[in-house]
Ligand binder design. Structure first.
Ligand code: SF4
Ligand code: SF4
Length: 458
């Protein structure tokens, strides 16, 4: 933290880690667990006991794709509650030692000969769900004005994208060509952190511009990149399921993986994560099979599961605590941090002291103090009027709040209620009741219980 921020003249600056951390590949575990967002066990086509191949689409007709990252036998299909509060269907597969690949995907030698709609279908079928969440139908993809391929990481404690950029800079140009054709983007940008600008100099950019980004959090978050370098908004679904925005941001890891998958006709099977344990602990980059349980990674890293500490997935700023070692790695897991008990930060149900620090640091200019209060007291229509939906959940407000209020959880909860109201076409009260039944945020539950206890003792 800088001297200026210590005296509260400027907000604190959080630099991204710039370390070079070689990537080590971990052996496949005996079992993997695949998660499928907001689906039911009946949406999975094979049954328990069936054998499946790597790359096989496990979805019932018209529901997928839901791509297997392993070859083996299905042991269990069940509902799964994610630590971030979302519901999934989970499929546990006991793996063979070797992959036997489904032949639905075929290698594409020359992308320039292939229709963009077919390229999108191939990307979806290879298992890149981050893109298929925009549209499962390749013929109805939104029009992309700007494509940003980012070599920045999402959290200050992750060094995945930076390392992949270092290791595979020679593949960046081909990846951009593929993505430009696939998405139809009229302008392409390669976002590179300042510390890697010398490596970026070796790229023959062709159709893309290189932008050098200060390695300060939250500059690497997709919404911020879209705003600053796409001159627009990230393409996403709003609360009414309408796709809005004009800029697509893809990590360099996914861009290079897409190139590899389409060229070889193989599915996406692996994910690279940054692993660290304890404050200031050594960072390691592991390449693991998607679906590998966190507990297996701890075992391979020779780290004991924390008894009173926490497992944090996807970073200390905008990640979440995971309560079970059974939690599997997904396509969007970037990091695991094992927190020692002394490092664990506890939110408080303290009242806001109106210091204004949260408002000053919010990168999307929200009135965070009011949003926190309105959400706390169930005034979700007021949260909507203040633009709660625009919160990018960067965590900076909670980081600076001297009252230690769980601001991100409160705002995220309000967003969830607002979305449910719009999606299900129900009242706010009905939306709240539905969320409480299904996947209410654990921190908010705790917060409300403490409030009730306080009210009772008054
Ligand atoms: S998490 Fe806080 S600081 Fe970040 S965008 Fe949301 S309200 Fe603003
Ligand atoms: S930082 Fe915390 S205490 Fe200060 S205004 Fe925001 S919510 Fe209130």
């Amino acid at each position: 933290m800088s001297l200026a921020s210590f005296f509260q003249i400027l907000p604190p600056k959080l630099p991204y880690s710039c370390k070079s951390v070689p990537i080590e590949t971990l052996l496949m575990p005996e079992k993997i667990t695949l998660l499928w967002y907001k689906k039911n066990p009946s949406d999975v086509a094979p049954k328990v006991g069936d054998r499946v191949k790597t790359g096989q689409d496990l979805a019932e007709d018209g529901k997928g794709p839901f791509v297997s990252t392993a070859t083996g036998r299905i042991e269990e299909i069940s509902d799964f509650q994610g630590p971030e509060g979302h519901g999934y269907v989970s499929v546990v597969i006991s793996q063979n030692k070797r992959d036997s690949f489904d032949l639905a995907l075929t290698p594409i030698e020359d992308f320039s000969e292939v229709d963009p709609v077919d390229l999108r279908a191939a990307v979806n079928r290879a298992g890149f769900t981050a893109l298929s969440s925009i549209s499962n139908d390749p013929s109805t993809w939104p029009s992309v004005n700007t494509l940003i391929v980012s070599a920045l990481d999402l959290d200050p404690h992750s060094v995945v994208n930076q390392q992949i950029f270092r290791d595979h800079v020679d593949l960046v140009e081909d990846s951009i060509d593929l993505l430009a054709r696939t998405t139809g983007a009229s302008s392409c940008v390669i976002a590179v952190p300042d510390n890697l600008s010398d490596i970026a100099g070796s790229i023959s950019t062709g159709i893309a511009n290189i932008v050098i980004v200060p390695p300060i959090y939250p500059k690497g978050l997709p919404d911020i990149l879209a705003k600053e370098y796409g001159k627009g908004f990230l393409i996403k679904r709003n609360e009414n399921q309408v796709v809005t925005g004009n800029t697509l941001v893809i990590s360099i890891e996914h861009a290079i993986a897409m190139l590899g998958c389409l060229k070889t006709g193989k599915p996406l099977t692996d994910k690279t994560i940054t692993f660290s344990a304890g404050k200031g602990g050594e960072m390691k980059n592991f390449r693991v099979r998607i679906g590998m349980p966190v507990a297996e990674i701890l075992k391979k890293a020779d780290v004991e599961p924390p008894e009173r500490g926490k497992l944090i997935l996807n970073g200390l700023m905008n990640g979440y605590a995971c309560f079970s070692g059974d939690q599997p790695i997904t396509e969007s897991t970037d990091s695991i941090h094992v927190q020692a008990p002394s490092e664990v930060f506890y939110f408080q149900d303290n009242a806001c002291i109106n210091c204004g620090k949260c408002n000053a640091i919010c990168p999307v200019d929200l009135e965070v103090n009011f949003l926190g209060r309105f959400s706390q007291y169930g005034m979700f229509d007021k949260c909507r009027n203040l633009g709660a939906e625009n919160c990018i959940e960067c965590g900076l407000c909670a980081y600076v709040c001297p009252a230690h209020r769980p601001l991100v959880q409160l705002i995220s909860h309000a967003k969830h209620v607002i979305r449910t109201e719009a999606l299900e076409d129900v009242s706010m009260e009905e939306a709240l009741a539905k969320i409480e039944m299904e996947d209410f945020h654990p921190t908010i539950k705790l917060f409300e219980t403490k409030q009730e206890e306080k009210n009772t003792t008054k």
